[in-house]
Design a protein around this ligand. Structure first.
Ligand code: MBD
Ligand code: FE
Length: 287
């Protein structure tokens, strides 16, 4: 099971999978990895409490804030917005694939399988610029990958935008879809161009960003999860050149190599912008 699936297990109320062994009464079973990672984290928080002269009033606010994060279901949002970009960099250091990016809290598995020619599920009056998202999928050495599965999700074009199945009033699986590369590793999807998106700002995560003096916007983006036999699954995002929030992403997740210039409508595609991007996958070790 993909470790990232903890988010949607939680969203669907299925409880949260955990690998932790339950100790016998009176038994202590230290995990070397927990000691390595969590111990310094605890020490860092203690140091900050002392250095900042935290009061009991403030300590009460910390506890109330975290209770609110739990009660509103924003735990995945808060953690992804603050920390997932660092996890992504840490976890992708040794990869030969094209750049990865954070999954974020709003991936939903089992999106509709599209039939060619691929068109993203959308409402008849879906607002937004028509866009053709196309390119190739290859291995790190350039070998084309036929029948690679692309799983794409995006927010809608309303302001502030929302994701189907999560917030707002879109039909389930609106602007979410799965489709494949052809026998030469090419893919082509017709959809609308995403616009900048704000993470929910009325909840505890948004209030924290506000108190930190930060806005809740993310630059416009596509989310893509790419899988193929013999390759490691690549989770990434595509951003758009010229977006005003590239330098101040509320999730701190933009990588320069993932910022792409869209070809505006014109010539032989008068109504449609074109986004071209080629993905490279890392082979799994030979079995
Ligand atoms: C998003 O759409 C997103 O991509 C991230 C990282 C956090 C919140 C909402
Ligand atoms: Fe997103």
């Amino acid at each position: 099971m993909c470790v990232r699936s903890v988010r949607y297990a939680y969203q669907r109320g299925e409880g949260v999978p955990t690998k932790q062994a339950v100790p016998e009464f009176g038994e202590i079973v230290a995990s070397p990895r927990v000691v390595e990672v969590v111990e310094p984290l605890i020490e860092e928080i203690r140091r900050t409490i002392l250095a900042s002269e935290v009061t009991y009033e403030e300590w009460g606010e910390v506890i109330a804030f975290l209770l609110d994060v739990g009660a509103t279901g924003e735990m995945p949002l808060l953690l992804d917005a603050l920390f997932e970009a660092a996890v992504d960099v840490s976890a992708s250091r040794a990869s030969s694939a094209s750049p990865s990016a954070i999954e974020g809290p709003y991936y939903v598995p089992d999106a509709p399988m599209l039939e060619p020619p691929y068109v993203m599920p959308q409402r008849p009056d879906e607002p937004g610029q028509q866009l053709l998202f196309a390119g190739r999928v290859t291995g790190a050495d350039g070998t084309p990958v036929p029948a690679a599965l692309l799983d794409v999700w995006q927010s809608d074009g309303t302001v502030p935008g929302t994701y189907s199945n999560v917030h707002g009033d879109q039909p389930d699986f609106n602007l979410r879809g799965r489709f494949q590369t052809d026998d030469r590793g090419h893919y082509e999807l017709r959809t609308i161009q995403p616009v900048p998106y704000t993470i929910p700002f009325e909840g505890p995560t948004g209030r924290l960003l506000n108190a930190l003096g930060r806005h809740p916007w993310r630059p416009a983006h596509f989310h893509v999860k790419l899988s193929a036999d013999g390759y490691r699954t690549l989770t990434t995002q595509i951003y758009f050149a010229g977006d005003q929030y590239l330098d101040s992403d509320s999730a701190n997740a933009v990588k320069d190599e993932l910022i792409i210039a869209v070809e505006p409508p014109g010539g032989d595609h008068p109504d449609t912008a074109v986004l071209n991007y080629d993905f490279q996958l890392q082979p799994t070790p030979a079995a």
